[in-house]
Ligand binder design. Structure first.
Ligand code: HEC
Ligand code: HEC
Ligand code: HEC
Ligand code: HEC
Ligand code: HEC
Length: 461
């Protein structure tokens, strides 16, 4: 395999810089400005000059003595790893190369708002030189110093570096370490939406869970992100403080922290996987139907999926990285497989465009993932090189039926046995190979969760 550095260089040479194509698709609503040196800025979230001092932000370690549970839970969440995730780092480096370091604040504006607004994540920055508070990614104070939400995408909130720590407690008791203040914003989906909706500088929409939520049944019911991703429990907000309703700080999503140190703790991994499985199991249902057909004819097999989350798409977020798909295997009475879709190739990849061994080998594949297309209509992996983002996800509250045509021959002996399952994984093998990731982190990212299964038999008569 090509070394990673060489691969980056090769990619950089092929890509060049097609700025004209980029400019024509710029969405005027994205308030970016371009400096004389060609670097792209947004006064709020990617400022040309620092708007805050990282030294005003305290590490999560300074909260442990009074908020041990919050710190421990945060430590097991993706927020704590937002700047050290190896896949993230590789992709950021690729963007630095492709765009000639003109947009190096783009990815970091959310993954570390403190580093981006504090003048550490500047053109050509390297991860090794960032201070510890910036390496902490989405740390406690990245959320608890948010003083207002201005727009629901691209880190669209203001930070108040020296102000009180804001949260959802209306009557916080005093403490010697920090001032506290009640904040209505922390009770809303808008707080989350300010980072969770991601729009490229070209205007291309990458991740929109907040926007999906705004028109969902859950939003109409007054349900917010926190209700599912920060479930309530009883306890003390600070050691020795009054009993209160608290909010889990694990932010269970679809993958575990991507560090070898975390993954070495088998108990934590088991517990983490169980939480992901639990979240995923409730998100969608799968059902089958088919009519009998004579041997030699095609059996129409209907596969119905429905989004049971009701709050955002299934899947949502980084749908261009995630894989959610249906595996269907049909066998005859003797157990011979007569039809299959959604099964994996020798590399563990789905047999779509990205398969190295059987590209386009699975024409019927039912996949809910999204993908990018470049200016020439070719599939593309990196969003900043793409001009189009096509989605396949199920909208909240909706169901969709796919019809598969299962061929039989006059000799096929029925009944046919149909076995299917809805499967999910955070990362596909081809992407792991492209970013050159190996070892336990790569293995964890490839873990497949089975959400639902359905089976039936179909008479041949
Ligand atoms: C991604 C944003 C985010 C991060 C990161 C975060 N919090 Fe919170 N925190 C919240 C929100 C939102 C609430 C309020 C939830 C509500 O009231 O509905 C909250 C509530 C709290 C509360 C009040 C008690 C409770 O559970 O409701 C404390 C204390 C707290 N957080 C401490 C911390 C500490 C310590 C860290 C870092 C280890 C941290 N938070 C990291 C978003 C965050
Ligand atoms: C010396 C102890 C102490 C330390 C250290 C400490 N806190 Fe607190 N914090 C408290 C107390 C006490 C409360 C109020 C708890 C209550 O009323 O139930 C509180 C409340 C909070 C709240 C809720 C504010 C509100 O009104 O909703 C947040 C958020 C918070 N702390 C974050 C942090 C963060 C982040 C750190 C670390 C940078 C930290 N705290 C360090 C003692 C501490
Ligand atoms: C009714 C419960 C519910 C609410 C409310 C909710 N979610 Fe989710 N969320 C889920 C479930 C279930 C999943 C797992 C299935 C999936 O990925 O779509 C999930 C997954 C996610 C993921 C991981 C997606 C991935 O595959 O990478 C993110 C990010 C997320 N939610 C953000 C949000 C945000 C932001 C909001 C508020 C605007 C929100 N969620 C509101 C239930 C909920
Ligand atoms: C300051 C920006 C920021 C804010 C505010 C924020 N997030 Fe996040 N969140 C992130 C980033 C960045 C990641 C991905 C970290 C990584 O894996 O590299 C993430 C990851 C997550 C995940 C895990 C997704 C997965 O695939 O496993 C969930 C769930 C989540 N956030 C929910 C929330 C909720 C709910 C809120 C509001 C209370 C919120 N976040 C507020 C930036 C933010
Ligand atoms: C607007 C805020 C924002 C910007 C800008 C942003 N991200 Fe993220 N990123 C997030 C959030 C939120 C998540 C979690 C969503 C999810 O898991 O579905 C995330 C998740 C990720 C993940 C998945 C981590 C994992 O292991 O599952 C990677 C990789 C990543 N981002 C890379 C990047 C790169 C590279 C860029 C720049 C091209 C970038 N991000 C720009 C907010 C942002």
């Amino acid at each position: 395999m090509m070394s990673f550095k060489r691969m980056l260089l090769a990619l950089a040479l092929v890509v060049g810089c097609d700025k004209t194509a980029q400019e024509t698709s710029v969405d005027p609503t994205i308030p970016t400005t371009v400096s004389d040196d060609g670097t792209v800025h947004d006064d709020l979230s990617m400022p040309a000059e620092p708007t805050l001092d990282p030294a005003d932000f305290k590490s999560a370690q300074e909260c442990v003595s009074c908020h041990p549970t919050h710190v421990e839970q945060w430590q097991s969440s993706a927020h704590a790893y937002a700047m050290v995730d190896p896949v993230y780092r590789v992709l950021v480096m690729q963007r630095q190369i492709d765009l000639g370091a003109t947009e190096d604040q783009f990815c970091t504006q959310c993954h570390s708002s403190v580093g981006t607004r504090g003048g550490e994540c500047v053109s050509g920055f390297s991860f090794e030189e960032l201070s510890p508070i910036v390496q902490e990614g989405v740390t406690c104070e990245s959320c608890h110093k948010i003083s207002s939400v201005e727009r629901m995408y691209n880190a669209g909130h203001t930070l108040d570096p020296t102000g009180p720590l804001r949260g959802g407690i209306e009557d916080p008791i005093d403490n010697a370490f920090h001032e506290s203040a009640y904040s209505e914003d922390h009770k809303t989906s808008e707080l989350c939406g300010s980072c969770h909706d991601v729009v490229e500088t070209s205007g291309l929409e990458l991740e929109r869970p907040y926007e999906e939520w705004t028109t969902s049944p859950a939003a109409l019911d007054g349900q917010v992100c926190q209700d599912c991703h920060m479930p309530a429990y009883d306890g003390q907000a600070s050691v020795g403080g009054p009993d209160r309703t608290l909010h889990e700080h694990r932010w269970v999503g679809v993958d575990l922290p991507a560090t070898e140190a975390f993954l070495a703790d088998t108990e934590a991994v088991e517990a983490g996987r169980a939480r992901i499985q639990e979240l995923l199991e409730g998100s969608a249902t799968l059902s089958l139907s088919a009519d009998p057909a004579p041997p030699g004819e095609v059996v129409d097999l209907h596969v119905t999926l429905s989004n049971e989350i009701g709050a955002h798409n299934f899947p949502t977020g980084t749908t261009f990285i995630r894989q959610a798909w249906v595996e269907v295997i049909v066998s005859d009475a003797a157990g011979n497989v007569v039809y299959e879709t959604g099964t994996l190739d020798a590399n563990g990849d789905l047999r779509d465009h990205w398969s190295e061994v059987e590209p386009y080998g699975d024409k019927d594949l039912i996949s809910l993932s999204s993908g990018f297309i470049d200016a020439y209509g070719n599939p593309e992996i990196f969003p900043w090189r793409a001009t189009e983002h096509w989605l396949n996800a199920l909208s909240p509250g909706y169901e969709r039926t796919y019809t598969l045509f299962v061929p039989t021959s006059p000799d096929t002996v029925g009944p046919l046995q149909v076995v299917s399952r809805l499967r999910f994984r955070a990362f596909p093998p081809y992407l792991i190979r492209i970013v050159g990731l190996e070892g336990p982190v790569a293995e964890e990212k490839l873990h497949i969760y089975d959400l639902e299964d359905a089976s039936m038999s179909v008479e041949l008569r």
